[in-house]
Ligand binder design. Sequence first.
Ligand code: SF4
Length: 345
Amino acid sequence: MSEKKVKVGNLVIGGKDIIVQSMTNTKTTDIDGTVKQILELEKAGCELVRCSIPDKESGLALKHIVEQVNIPVVADIHFSSSLAILAADNGAAKIRINPGNIGSLDKVRYLADYLKERNIPIRIGVNGGSLDKKYKDLNQVDGMVQSALEHVHLLEDCNFNDIVISCKSSNVFNMINAYRKLHDLVPYPLHIGVTEAGTYTQGLIKNSIGIGGLLVDGIGDTIRVSLTDEPVKEIYAAQNILKACNLYNKPYCEIVSCPTCARTEINVQGYADQIAEYCKDVKKNIKIAVMGCIVNGIGESEGSDFGVAGGQDKSIIFKDGKQIALVPNDQILDKLKELVDNFNG
Ligand code: SF4
């Protein structure tokens, strides 16, 4: 939790909940396509969404997009204060722009005043891959931190304090260290993420280490998992990172399953997948274990609410570490589903 809280539409960044966000990859001028994608993201649990505003037409399209969606929309702007103002006039709830890159101090002051009057915050988005040449003598971590501070001071000099900061790199080690330093230096909420993390599998690993590593240290207020894949997968990944860090704020079912070995008697992967599918919309805090054998199964699944330990023809169903039934293997799934349905915490 940061010292300062920043309101973005109906959300608070810097409060006790970590805000999950993503970004559209449609053309923003494709209003229908962008609205459709945002509605899918919302359904998956996205709370804040960013759209690129590369030109005037995109800025004007924003109005029609915002009218048709239910979550705040952030306008991603590069270098142009006039596009930032256009986006503010067309419903942007937050502007991502680096104020040091938009020209004279007068321009920065004008933009800061304009956004302040409308309660629209700014996200300063520093990216390790596009650092200003003036930081070329510094290592990437210090360069990113100095760049972020320069933009922060510029806004503070304009009496603008509704600031969120990101300091992303595709190098996980560098982004973690940059955020750690910034966390100690500024009171503002941090938007954390690994940038250009790559396609699904590599991206998941880099994001999990980078974002998760910071979250477990209490650093970070909003997260964007960056994947070269469908944006909705970023939301599922973000939620799983929050769950793994004990920061997910809604009830959910967790499936634990053993890795299987020579003792395995049942199709652990099949049962784990099927019970996970059955539970995906169940709003109860339940931990269910699917274990391959009775030798180690119950003991190794300590901490689960209930589960199965596989046997050759019949398997043990256990609850709170004790056997409650012995069922033929073709009834395992039905028994687990029944326990899910009747679970009251
Ligand atoms: S629970 Fe049993 S089957 Fe699964 S990994 Fe452990 S020993 Fe092997």
